[in-house]
Design a protein around this ligand. Structure first.
Ligand code: FES
Length: 155
């Protein structure tokens, strides 16, 4: 993932490559997000042109799915599960703890650009609720103490 740079040519190349795929809009947005970590606003008209959609349609999809990010993430992305099983096993208190510790809410990034906190609705790890991911790693049975240790271990 490269969150530091992007250019219109690479966005256009992705849109042109994938524009004929079934569900092309989602496929293109997913690819851009995977490659950059976010979807830069100037990519909206490029995608709209490639798919013959309005800019509002493309923007609407980006803003509807909270998985799509319209700003660069922090160096680390912490995703905390807020779905039923995790809620029943302490995710509400865990979320409160994390938000207090980081001083941010869901969808925000710490002022130093270190951590972005996202909500997620089931990580497929319900047997080990409450669950989180930190970057590409998944963790289960997460307590406030465990998450503190994890946060302290990050660069
Ligand atoms: S409900 Fe949290 S991992 Fe499934």
């Amino acid at each position: 993932m490269n969150t530091n740079g992007w250019d219109k040519a690479s966005i256009s190349a992705i849109a042109q490559e994938l524009k004929d795929q079934p569900g092309a809009l989602m496929v293109i947005l997913r690819r851009i997000q995977d490659e950059l970590g976010w979807i830069p606003q100037p990519s909206v008209p490029l995608i709209a042109d490639a798919l013959n959609l309005s800019r509002a349609e493309v923007h609407g999809v980006i803003s509807f799915y909270h998985d799509f990010r319209d700003h660069p993430p922090g160096r680390h992305v912490l995703r905390l599960c807020r779905a039923e099983s995790c809620q029943a096993m302490g995710a509400v208190a865990l979320a409160r703890h994390v938000k207090d510790r980081l001083g941010i809410d869901f969808g925000q990034t710490t002022a130093d650009g270190r951590i972005t906190l996202d909500a997620v609705y089931c990580l497929g790890n319900c047997a080990c609720s409450p669950a989180i991911t930190m970057d590409d790693d998944i963790y289960g049975r997460v307590s406030p103490a465990k998450i503190d240790k994890l946060l302290e271990s990050l660069e």
